[in-house]
Structure formats: structure tokens, C-alpha cells
Design a protein around this ligand. Structure first.
Ligand code: CA
Length: 412
């Protein structure tokens, strides 16, 4: 690993960082916030946010090739379009500004630093396209067994390509946005009925967000990570009864398109250098356009709490296909990608019963309900339930790189 000065565990900021914070000075995740002064881009540090619009306006980001007003914006799309060399330069400068109290930012802290508790967070990107992969082998195997009990759980294509579908960008919302239980066609022995889903489920996922457009050119797997800005937590809601009825032959439609919840903070890939782990071996060896010696995975601990009861402890390292392979496969036919596009990993399930990423698996499609701390039971989600997803790397002594949270309440 190339030593990265912005990740030095000994770095300390002049901004106070509470113990256990998701956002030490080694993290520097990007988001979009608003207060009475308007909507701007910022980075999280401890319990504060650095207002990047003010920081830029004061000349503290000069010389980095940034357009005027790139951060005085309601999305990060223009910034992500600038590409990896710029992202690295900006991260290095921000690290310097936050660790050296004589570098200029501390002098303007009154206007450039805001308290996180005092602002509203927004979806950090205008999402042009949303793709949802299906790249956890444990999840795909478990679901295959439930939905197609008489067949091999993994279809023949699964180990040859990262299976995915094109999702619905218009219904991605930021953490904190309530979820209305959707209506749909529900299968019954005598034919379907239309009504509120009875099998509302969460899906524990991570999403990566892309930078510069590819202008319709395939992105080689070896350099695909250069196009990825970073990662955010994602909850990809599902209506399992609707899904089981509609998904053949073309895949999910209404069962998935009604809502997807995303964390407000996008962690730059560069901040996760310490979290890199090899993914498990791929068998058979992928075709040349997906073959890469760097099957890059990330050790990111993930959890799901339902009304305060922990129902899953998973990890992003359980993926079978890497993000680079997903992006290389997606663009291998010349499809266009753009800054701010969002790519879900698919439900991230581990190999053990306590690491399953959705209720469909945890309760065996409702057959084995779980008991929550208050004594109540759940097969699927009820109105009023709150689902909380969190994640962080850094359990092994490296700085804690946290992802904040995705918190959602179910409404009727
Ligand atoms: Ca999904």
C-alpha cells in the first residue's frame, strides 16, 4: 500500500473530534447540507461540517483547478465530474487545512464551520441513473433456494458476470425521509389482489458513486476504480410479495422502484486504503474483460437495527464481484455513465445466520419470525418500524472511517 499522508493515524485536527466519531480527520466524507444561509457542499469533521463554498470563496482552495462556485451547489455532481487527480488534491488540501491551525481555515471558522446538528442534510447527488447489482454470493444463494427451490440456487450466469438490473433513480431519497408502504399486486391462490404490500423488507447495501462520464467508452477493469468517487450506505427497500409475483421473466419492477434510501455522506475511496482486502477466489476464472489480479474488496463492518434491536452484523468484504468488475461489466457494451450515478452492491449477506442482509433471509420468507427487544415479533416490517443501517471500517487499529447512517421510519 502506498503510504497516504491524509490517513496517518497520528493526524489530529484542531476541530474537536468526540471519541468514537465516524468522522475523524482521516475520513473527510462529502455531503450537501442547508441552513438559513442556503444549500452548500461540505465535509463532515467530528460534530461539525466544513462549508466548502465558504472555504473556496475565502481562497483556501485556490490553485486546485476548481471552478468558481463548484461547492455553492445543491449537488456534488459538478465536483465529481472533475475526476480523480482533482479529488486527491482537494483531499490533501482539506487535510492540511484541518490539521494545521495556521493554514487559514481556523481563522475563518466562524463562517466556514457549522454544527452538524443545526443543518438539514440532502441527497448528495442528482442521480441520473441507478443500477442495483446482486453480487453477494451468500444472498444470491439463499434467495435462489427460497424463490426457486427445485433448481440450482445460482443460475449459470451468476459466476460469469455481476448480475444486475437498471433501477429507478427518481425515488432515491436521503436518510431521514419516511417511507410510505407501497401498494402492489399481491399473489393469492385465486389470482392476484391489489393492496399494501404485506412483505415490506429492507436490504443492507453499499453504493458507489461515479465521477467523470465515459462518453460511451468501455471502462477497463484495471482502471475502473479511478472513475469511482466513493461509497455510501444504502437501503434498497423491497416488497417481497410483489417481487415473487412479478419478477419472471424480466426481473424486479414495482417491487423495488418505490423507494431507495441513501446516507447523506459519501466516503472517498482514498479514505478507505486501510480497509482494502482481497475478495475470495472467483471460480471459474472470469472472462478477460472482468479478469483482474486486484479483486479489490473492503473490510467495512455493517449493521442493521430494527426498532433498536440488532438484526444483522454483516461486512462489505463478503462481496463476490468487486466494484471495478461491476463497472467494467456495466460499460463493456458502451453504455454511458455520468457523474453522480449510483450503483448498489445488492444485499450484503455474510455466511453466518447473524450476518444476513434482509428479513427475507433472516426470517426465511416470514416462516421463522424474529423477536425484538420489546418482545414483539417480526416476519416483515410493520408501520411505525424504524430501520437503521450503519457502517465503518477501522476495527483493526486503523483510523475509524465511518459512513454515518441511513435511518428510515415506515408510514402506512
Ligand atoms: Ca437491492
Amino acid at each position: 500500500m502506498t503510504p497516504n499522508p491524509t490517513l496517518e493515524p497520528s493526524l489530529e485536527s484542531w476541530v474537536p473530534i468526540p471519541d468514537g466519531s465516524d468522522f475523524p480527520v482521516q475520513n473527510l466524507p462529502f455531503g450537501v447540507f442547508s441552513n438559513t444561509d442556503g444549500t452548500r457542499c461540505g465535509i463532515a469533521i467530528g460534530d461539525a461540517i466544513v462549508d466548502l463554498a465558504v472555504t473556496h470563496e475565502r481562497g483556501l482552495l485556490d490553485g486546485l483547478g476548481l471552478p468558481v462556485d463548484v461547492f455553492a451547489a445543491s449537488t456534488l455532481n459538478r465536483y465529481f465530474a472533475l475526476g480523480n487527480p482533482t479529488w486527491q488534491r482537494v483531499r490533501t488540501r482539506l487535510s492540511h487545512l484541518l490539521t494545521d491551525d495556521t493554514a487559514g481555515l481556523a481563522d475563518v471558522a466562524d463562517s466556514a464551520l457549522v454544527t452538524r446538528a443545526d443543518v438539514s442534510m440532502h441527497l448528495p447527488v442528482a442521480v441520473g441513473d441507478f443500477v442495483d447489482f446482486y453480487s453477494s454470493i451468500h444472498h444470491a444463494t439463499n434467495v435462489g433456494r427460497m424463490f426457486r427451490p427445485d433448481d440450482e440456487p445460482l443460475l449459470p450466469n451468476w459466476r460469469q458476470l455481476p448480475v444486475a438490473y437498471h433501477g429507478r433513480a427518481s425515488t432515491i431519497s436521503v436518510s431521514g425521509t419516511a417511507l410510505r408502504r407501497p401498494d402492489g399486486q399481491l399473489p393469492r391462490p385465486d389470482g392476484p389482489v391489489f393492496g399494501p404490500t404485506e412483505k415490506l423488507d429492507f436490504e443492507l447495501e453499499m453504493a458507489f458513486v461515479t465521477g467523470p462520464a465515459n462518453d460511451g467508452k468501455p471502462i477497463p477493469v484495471e482502471i475502473a476504480e479511478n472513475t469511482i468517487f466513493g461509497l455510501a450506505l444504502l437501503n434498497d427497500w423491497s416488497a417481497r410479495d410483489v417481487q415473487a409475483w412479478e419478477y419472471r421473466p424480466l426481473g424486479p419492477f414495482n417491487a423495488k422502484s418505490f423507494a431507495t434510501s441513501m446516507a447523506p455522506w459519501i466516503v472517498q475511496l482514498e479514505a478507505l486504503a486501510h480497509a482494502r482486502v482481497p475478495l475470495s477466489d472467483q471460480e471459474p476464472t472470469p472472462l478477460p474483460h472482468l479478469a483482474t489480479p486486484n479483486k479489490g474488496g473492503f473490510d467495512i463492518a455493517l449493521s442493521v437495527d430494527l426498532n433498536g434491536t440488532r438484526v444483522s452484523d454483516s461486512n462489505f468484504r463478503h462481496m463476490y464481484w468487486s466494484m471495478a468488475q461491476q463497472l467494467a461489466h456495466l460499460t463493456s457494451n458502451g453504455t454511458a455513465i455520468n457523474p453522480g450515478d449510483v450503483y448498489g452492491s445488492g444485499t450484503i449477506s455474510g455466511p453466518t445466520p447473524d450476518s444476513l442482509g434482509c428479513l427475507l433471509e433472516i426470517t426465511h420468507n416470514g416462516a421463522e419470525p424474529i423477536t425484538l427487544a420489546d418482545g414483539s415479533q417480526r416476519s416483515f416490517l410493520l408501520d411505525g418500524d424504524e430501520v437503521l443501517i450503519r457502517g465503518h471500517s477501522g476495527d483493526s487499529g486503523a483510523p475509524r472511517i465511518g459512513f454515518g447512517e441511513v435511518r428510515t421510519t415506515i408510514r402506512p
